[in-house]
Write a protein that binds this ligand. Structure first.
Ligand code: TMP
Length: 213
C-alpha cells in the first residue's frame, strides 16, 4: 500500500543517447514552462539529491573492478528511490511540476537493451520503486549515435558508460524506439540532428500540443 499523496503537478522527462543536446533543450523547456507562470523544479537521474548524486558517482566513475550489470541496475534504482521519495513525489504532491533529465526509460534503454538485462526484471523493479509513478510526457531527443558520441568526446573525459563501444549506443538508441512504441501517447520524439532553431521549434510544438503551453 502506498501512503504517497495524490499527484497534482506534471512530470516531464527528457531522454536520448549521449550528446544529443539534452542540456540545451532542457533549458529551453524550463524557460517555456516558467514563462507560463508554472512553478517547476529541474532535476536529473541518476542523481537529484545529495545521496543519489553519490550513487551517480558510483555508477559513472571508471574503476578497475568491473561492475556487474545487476549491480548497475540496482544502483540506478536505489538512486531513483531516493530521488522519488525526497524530491519528485513531494513536489508533485504540492502541484509543482518536475522536469527530469532522464528517468526510467533510460534504464530500459541502457540496462535493458544496452546491457541485455531481461526487461521483465526491470519492470518488476519499476513497479516496486515507483508504485505507479510514471512521467506524463517524455521528450525523446533522437540523433545518429556518431553525432552524439563526437559531441560527448569533445566535452572532455568520458565517464564509465560513455566509454562503451559505438554498438552499445546503437542498441540504446533502438531501445528508446522500442520504449516509444510501447507507449506512443506518452512520448514525443524530436529529430535532434537538425540545427538548434529547428530543434527548438519541434520542442515548442510538443509543449503546445501535449501541455497546452
Ligand atoms: P547524462 O548526465 O549524460 O545523462 O549521464 C547519465 C548516464 O547514466 C548516461 O550514460 C545514461 C546512464 N543511465 C543509465 O544507464 N541508466 C539510467 O537509468 C539512467 C537514468 C542513466
Amino acid at each position: 500500500m502506498s501512503n504517497r499523496q495524490p499527484v497534482k503537478g506534471r512530470f516531464i522527462s527528457i531522454e536520448g543517447t549521449e550528446g544529443v543536446g539534452k542540456s540545451t533543450n532542457i533549458a529551453f523547456v524550463k524557460k517555456r514552462i516558467e514563462a507560463a507562470g508554472i512553478e517547476l523544479i529541474l532535476t536529473r537521474e541518476p542523481g537529484g539529491t545529495a545521496l543519489a548524486e553519490q550513487i551517480r558517482e558510483l555508477i559513472l566513475s571508471p574503476r578497475e573492478e568491473q561492475m556487474a550489470v545487476d549491480t548497475e541496475l540496482l544502483l540506478v534504482f536505489a538512486a531513483r528511490a531516493q530521488h522519488i521519495n525526497r524530491v519528485i513525489a513531494p513536489a508533485l504532491a504540492k502541484g509543482i511540476w518536475v522536469l527530469s533529465d532522464r528517468f526510467t526509460d533510460a534504464t530500459y534503454a541502457y540496462q535493458g537493451y544496452g546491457r541485455g538485462i531481461d526487461l521483465e526484471r526491470i519492470s518488476q523493479l519499476e513497479d516496486f520503486v515507483q508504485q505507479g509513478l510514471r512521467p506524463d510526457l517524455t521528450i525523446l531527443l533522437d540523433a545518429p549515435v556518431a553525432i552524439g558520441l563526437a559531441r560527448a568526446s569533445a566535452r572532455g573525459e568520458l565517464d564509465r558508460i560513455e566509454q562503451e563501444k559505438h554498438s552499445f549506443f546503437e542498441k540504446v538508441r533502438a531501445g528508446y524506439q522500442q520504449q516509444m512504441k510501447k507507449e506512443p501517447q506518452r512520448f514525443a520524439q524530436v529529430d535532434a540532428s537538425q540545427n538548434l532553431r529547428d530543434v527548438e521549434r519541434q520542442v515548442a510544438a510538443i509543449l503546445t500540443s501535449k501541455l497546452g503551453l
